[in-house]
Design a protein around this ligand. Structure first.
Ligand SMILES: N[C@@H](CCC(=O)N[C@@H](CS)C(=O)NCC(=O)O)C(=O)O
Length: 214
């Protein structure tokens, strides 16, 4: 990996790290980064060395060659998208950029983050040493929110292949991470969302998605 300067601190297989790995694969930039494993199940992401890179204590983090630490997957993908490589994931024109940012944000807050809130508040998975506060009602409310966002996605997709037209964007990458997390916390796709089900299968077959998860 000659010339590698950037580092991705993450944990392979987790949904938000998957977003960045898919973006890297889609843009052909995977060999420009070195992956550094953060042992999330052991709580390494809550220790001072990692908190110095991301005070929020979550992965992934992209560390640039000058030491700048970028967190938030959407921000990391924005950065990578501006480096180089095709295809463009966050839009070229002002209108494309605005529309993709809008849809990405709605999918992120209404689906991925809502499923994450259900995971954190209504399941025991991370354990009491990491999950120090849980509110089951809030978890359930977010489960409902995630389902309602899936129904919105069903209407948005209509007959198109991806959330913003006919090519993959950062919004689809966020949606796929939401599907991964929903699977792991056993939130099934509602029966009245056949378009979302077909879309999810289409995304899973998409080469960069398959490569990033392999
Ligand atoms: N908004 C953040 C969310 C990152 C996030 O929640 N990452 C999870 C892994 S998918 C994590 O580190 N969880 C550990 C914890 O919450 O303690 C992003 O977009 O990167």
């Amino acid at each position: 990996m000659k010339g590698t300067a950037m580092k991705i601190h993450d944990y392979k297989g987790f949904p938000n790290p998957a977003r960045v790995r898919i973006a890297l694969a889609e843009k052909g930039l995977a060999d420009r980064v070195a992956f550094v494993k953060v042992d999330v199940p052991a709580g390494e992401h809550k220790r001072p060395a990692f908190l110095a890179k991301n005070p929020s204590g979550v992965v992934p983090v992209l560390e640039l060659e000058d030491g700048t630490a970028l967190s938030e997957s959407s921000a990391i993908i924005e950065y990578l998208d501006h480096l180089e490589g095709e295809p463009v994931l966050t839009g070229r024109t002002a209108k494309e950029r605005g529309v993709i940012a809008m849809i990405q944000r709605k999918v992120e807050t209404g689906f991925l983050d809502a499923v994450a809130a259900y995971f954190h508040h209504s399941t025991p998975d991370l354990g009491p040493h990491i999950e120090t506060y849980q509110n089951r009602d809030w978890g359930e409310k977010n489960r409902e929110r995630a389902l309602s966002t899936l129904r919105w996605m069903e209407r948005l997709l209509g007959g198109q292949d991806f959330l913003v037209g006919e090519r993959l964007t950062s919004a689809d990458i966020t949606a796929f991470a939401g599907f991964l997390l929903a699977d792991s916390v056993k939130i099934p796709l509602p029966d009245d969302c056949p378009g979302v089900r077909a879309y999810r299968e289409r995304l899973a077959r998409h080469p960069s998605v398959a490569a990033a998860l392999a």
